[in-house]
Design a protein around this ligand. Structure first.
Ligand code: ZN
Length: 109
């Protein structure tokens, strides 16, 4: 991988980190418990709880992705970025370009 390519992926990772932090901050309220006295009917209360479950699940995924992004950034610092963590081979640039936080090559994914 060239230095330019690495710089480009680092920028993507930083942007991704920002987006995820943004989402986590914005979704905090919708992830909070559905208050029993919100004046909702029984049905809309169930809907509100389903929405909440979806937000919680998405937040879980985003939090995991945020860890992966942080991991990838520290691998860049160590000069170990773009190496598959299973087989030790280089990860294709196209794959990193699409998912800069991945730690495995296509074969090991
Ligand atoms: Zn591999």
């Amino acid at each position: 991988m060239t230095q330019d390519e690495l710089d480009r992926l680092r920028k993507k990772l930083l942007l991704l980190e920002e987006e995820i932090s943004d989402y986590l901050a914005k979704s905090e309220e919708s992830a909070a418990a559905v208050e029993p006295d919100k004046g909702l009917g029984r049905l809309s209360r169930m809907e509100a709880m389903q929405d909440q479950q979806m937000v919680l699940e998405l937040r879980r995924r985003k939090k995991r992705q945020k860890l992966e992004v942080a991991n990838a950034l520290s691998r860049i610092e160590k000069g170990a970025y773009g190496i598959c963590s299973f087989c030790g081979k280089g990860i294709a640039f196209d794959r990193l370009d699409a998912f800069p936080e991945v730690q495995t090559c296509v074969a090991c994914a």
